[in-house]
Design a binder for this molecule. Structure first.
Ligand SMILES: Cc1cc2nc3c(=O)[nH]c(=O)nc-3n(C[C@H](O)[C@H](O)[C@H](O)COP(=O)(O)O)c2cc1C
Length: 378
C-alpha cells in the first residue's frame, strides 16, 4: 500500500504529542454508536476486530458508553458499570494496542433521552421535568421521549460517582483515557442548556451554574485518569436529541474556560455541519461556534468534528483552528481512512441501514484500499 501523501493533505500526517501520548497523525476516529452490544451492554465479540481495523487513527474514541443503568436509553449500547463490561472491553483495547493504536472511551449518561422501559417503569432523569424535542431522524428507532423527573440535588452526587467509577473501570479495561460526553443533548449537555435546565439551585441559572455538573464530573474523571488522559466533547449548536440553548456562545464559552482551568487535555468540538456529506464541496461546517471560536478560550488540544472531509480537515489544522480532526461516518466505511487520505484514494460510502444493530455486515466487512483494489482487479 502506498503511504505517499499524494493528495497534499500533509498537515493530517504530522505527528502530535498529546500529553504523554504520541499520536502518529492528526486523524481521530469519532465516537460512533453502532448498537451491537448485547442486552446487558457487553460489547459484541466483533468489536475487537472492528476497532483494530481502525487502529491507524491517531486516536480512536470508542462509542458512547453508559456509566450506569440509570444512564442507559439505547438498546445495543455498551456500558462500563459492571465487571462483565470491563471483561467485554478488554479484548477491544488489547486488539487496538496490539495493532499499534490508541483508544479512549466516551463515557455518558443519557439523562432524559431514555424511557421507563429501561428503568423498570420508573421515569428517566434530567435536570428538569422537561421532555426533549422531537428526535432527529437518525435516532428514530428509539421510543418517543418521556418527560423525565428532575434529579434531586443529592442524586447529582450519585451521577458524579457513576462517572468516577466508570472511569476506574475504563482504566481497568485498558483504555488510554476517557472522553466525557457533554454533547448531543445527553445529561451533561442537558444541564448546560437552558432549553433543558430550568433548575433554580446551584446547578441551574447562570452559565457558571449550568456548567457545574460538567465541572464536577470532569474533576472526578481527572482524579481517576490524570488530566492528560481526559477530554471533553461538546456540541454548541446541534439540534440532535431536541436540545436547545438560548445563548450558546455564552454557555459553551463558559464551559470551555472552566474545562481549561481543570487542565483537561482536549476539547472536542462538534461543529455545526451538514450531515451525510462525503464530497469536499458539500462539506459545509460553519465556522460559527466551531473550533476557531474555542481556540482563545481553551489552551490545550482542540479536536474539530462534523461534516469534515480530507481537505476541510487539513484546512482546520493549517488555519490553526484545531490540532486534530475527527471523522465519523467516513470511519464507518473506510477502516483505513488515513491511508486513503494519504493516497488521495477513493472513499467508500457508508450504508446507513447498517449503522445500528446487526452483525458483521456494515461493521467489520468494509474493505481496506488493498482489498478493494484486489477485488476490482480480480
Ligand atoms: C452512526 C452514528 C453514531 C454516532 N454515535 C455517536 C456517539 O456515540 N457519541 C457521539 O458523541 N457522537 C456520535 N455520533 C456523531 C459523530 O461522532 C459525529 O460527530 C457526526 O457523525 C458528524 O461527523 P461526520 O460528519 O464526520 O460523521 C454518531 C454519528 C453516527 C452517524
Amino acid at each position: 500500500m502506498t503511504t505517499m501523501h499524494a493528495s497534499g493533505h500533509r498537515a493530517l500526517f504530522r505527528p502530535y504529542q498529546m500529553g504523554s501520548l504520541l499520536l502518529p497523525n492528526r486523524i481521530v476516529m469519532a465516537p460512533l454508536t453502532r448498537s451491537r452490544a448485547d442486552s446487558e451492554g457487553v460489547p459484541s465479540p466483533l468489536a475487537p476486530r472492528y476497532y483494530a481495523q481502525r487502529s491507524g487513527a491517531g486516536l480512536i474514541i470508542a462509542e458512547g458508553t453508559t456509566v450506569s443503568r440509570q444512564g442507559t436509553g439505547y438498546l445495543g449500547g455498551p456500558g462500563l458499570y459492571t465487571d462483565t463490561h470491563v471483561a467485554g472491553w478488554r479484548p477491544v483495547t488489547d486488539a487496538v494496542h496490539r495493532a499499534g493504536g490508541r483508544i479512549f472511551v466516551q463515557l455518558f449518561h443519557v439523562g432524559r433521552m431514555s424511557h421507563p422501559d429501561f428503568h423498570e417503569g420508573a421515569l428517566p432523569v434530567g435536570p428538569s421535568a422537561m421532555a426533549a424535542g422531537p428526535a432527529s431522524e437518525l435516532y428514530d428507532y428509539v421510543h418517543p421521549f418521556t418527560r423525565p423527573r428532575a434529579l434531586r440535588q443529592r442524586e447529582i452526587e450519585g451521577v458524579v460517582a457513576q462517572f468516577r467509577t466508570a472511569a476506574e473501570r475504563a482504566l481497568a479495561a485498558g483504555f488510554d483515557g476517557v472522553e466525557v460526553h457533554a454533547a448531543n443533548g445527553y445529561l451533561l449537555d442537558q444541564f448546560l442548556q437552558d432549553g433543558a435546565n430550568q433548575r433554580t439551585d446551584r446547578y441551574g441559572g447562570t452559565p457558571v451554574n449550568r456548567a457545574r455538573l460538567l465541572r464536577e464530573v470532569t474533576t472526578a474523571v481527572i482524579e481517576v485518569c490524570g488530566a492528560d488522559r481526559v477530554g471533553v466533547r461538546i456540541s454548541p449548536i446541534n439540534p440532535t436529541n431536541g436540545s436547545y440553548d438560548s445563548d450558546p456562545a455564552a454557555t459553551y464559552g463558559q464551559a470551555a474556560v472552566d474545562l481549561d482551568r481543570l487542565g483537561v487535555m482536549y476539547l472536542h468540538v462538534v461543529e455545526p455541519g451538514v450531515n451525510g456529506t462525503l464530497s469536499e464541496p458539500a462539506s459545509m461546517s460553519s465556522p460559527y461556534l466551531g473550533s476557531r471560536f474555542f481556540r482563545p478560550l481553551f489552551s490545550q488540544t482542540i479536536i474539530a468534528a462534523g461534516g469534515l472531509a480530507a481537505r476541510s480537515g487539513t484546512a482546520r489544522i493549517e488555519d490553526g483552528d484545531a490540532d486534530l480532526v475527527a471523522y465519523g461516518k467516513l470511519y464507518i466505511s473506510n477502516p483505513d481512512l488515513p491511508e486513503r487520505f494519504a493516497a488521495g484514494a477513493q472513499l467508500t460510502e457508508p450504508d446507513r441501514h447498517t449503522f445500528y444493530f446487526g452483525g458483521a455486515e456494515g461493521y467489520t466487512d468494509y474493505p481496506t484500499l488493498d482489498r478493494a483494489l484486489t477485488a476490482r482487479v480480480a
